[in-house]
Design a protein around this ligand. Structure first.
Ligand SMILES: [Zn+2]
Length: 275
């Protein structure tokens, strides 16, 4: 652990491959980087988004904190697999062949797509198989009632605030079903069309009722006037919402969320907002 090299764009060697195996095994390889000995742009892009996800500075450089987080996450999976009788070898924090094989066996036994990587559905089956709230099977909805009650109250206050500014703002997406997210993620990857999303089902706050999309309407039609979205974003921020217009990875003007400080991985692990 102590002597791991700091890796960045252009780095080469066996530790780059180990880094890529861990990111891939943790289900982060949304841009299909090649697992090899080269830290290229695609690898850097995934590292940056991973750092965003786990609330580390988004610098694309794999130093001690990023390494530690990756190794801890892989260890946690190895320990869990071993405890469930899926031998992944000594929990060493490296997502190697033995871990991949154990994940594949676990996925086969739990009717999951056999990918060999810990995608969100696999993570839930591993760490929170008995959660009663069954977000995975809820339908998509534009209704505020599809959201977490506190997020719904923030959304409601936000809509009131926009009305006070003579805007006609409407919710265009509330809860998004996991199947719908899977379809969006498949587009441009395994299905035709352009890539529209880097979030698998379970990786979006929409899949947990903690996010909604809202658009300004003018003459009963969605407006593309950027100024209106920016005004809305300011109003949302005043109300305590996090606005997608401030995102660094993909700027997302219609998007609002309130996370309770939880990552989507926390949610997959079974953690829930405390009230
Ligand atoms: Zn959104």
């Amino acid at each position: 652990m102590a002597n791991l090299p700091t890796l960045r764009l252009g780095s080469q060697g066996p530790y780059v491959k180990r880094l890529e195996m861990n990111l891939n095994g943790l289900g982060k390889n949304y841009n299909s980087f090649v697992i090899d000995y080269l830290f290229d742009r695609k690898t850097e892009d995934v590292v940056k988004n991973y750092q965003d996800d786990i609330r580390l500075p988004r610098n694309g450089i794999v130093g001690p904190a990023t390494w530690a987080s990756l190794i801890d996450r892989v260890k946690m999976i190895q320990v869990k697999l071993n405890s469930l009788g899926y031998n992944s070898g000594t929990p060493d924090g490296w997502f190697g062949h033995k871990t991949t094989e154990a994940v594949l066996r676990f996925q086969r036994d739990h009717a999951l797509v056999q990918e060999g990587v810990v995608n969100p559905r696999t993570r839930i089956s591993l760490f929170a198989p008995h959660s009663a709230d069954k977000f995975e099977t809820r339908p998509s909805s534009t209704s505020l009632s599809s959201l977490d009650p506190y997020v719904a109250s923030l959304a409601s206050e936000f809509l009131n605030l926009t009305r006070a500014h003579n805007l006609d703002v409407r919710i265009t997406t509330g809860f998004r079903s996991w199947d719908e997210s899977d379809r969006l993620y498949a587009q441009g990857r395994t299905m035709p069309g352009p890539i529209v999303s880097n979030a698998r089902a379970g990786d979006s706050y929409h899949n947990w009722g903690l996010a909604f999309d809202a658009a300004p309407f003018v003459n009963n039609q969605i407006s593309n006037d950027q100024n209106l979205y920016i005004l809305m974003g300011h109003l949302g921020g005043q109300g305590g919402l996090e606005w997608g217009g401030t995102f660094k990875a993909i700027v997302d003007y219609p998007h609002y969320q309130y996370t309770f400080g939880l990552t989507t991985e926390d949610l997959q692990n079974g953690r829930r907002p405390s009230r």
